[in-house]
Design a protein. Structure first.
Length: 75
């Protein structure tokens, strides 16, 4: 069984409409460690044209389903 990361993006295109959430990609994980998940997410976002510089300036938040590896609850 393979592990996957589903990536959604929530953004604002128009103030009159408000925030919009859309499916971006589903990524098969090579590693389910925090580092592996972070690398898979970065690769996904950059493959869709979101540069590291853009993310540093505009990325506001991150949401997860509560998995300990995603939230760092053990370390």
């Amino acid at each position: 069984m393979s592990q996957c990361l589903i990536v959604y993006v929530r953004t604002m295109f128009d103030n009159a409409v408000g925030p919009v959430t859309f499916f971006l990609d589903i990524v098969e994980l090579v590693s389910t460690t925090a580092e592996g998940i972070e690398q898979a997410l970065r690769n996904c976002l950059t493959s869709h044209g979101l540069t590291v510089e853009f993310l540093r300036e505009h990325w506001v938040g991150f949401g997860a389903d509560g998995a300990s590896v995603m939230l760092g609850s053990k370390s």
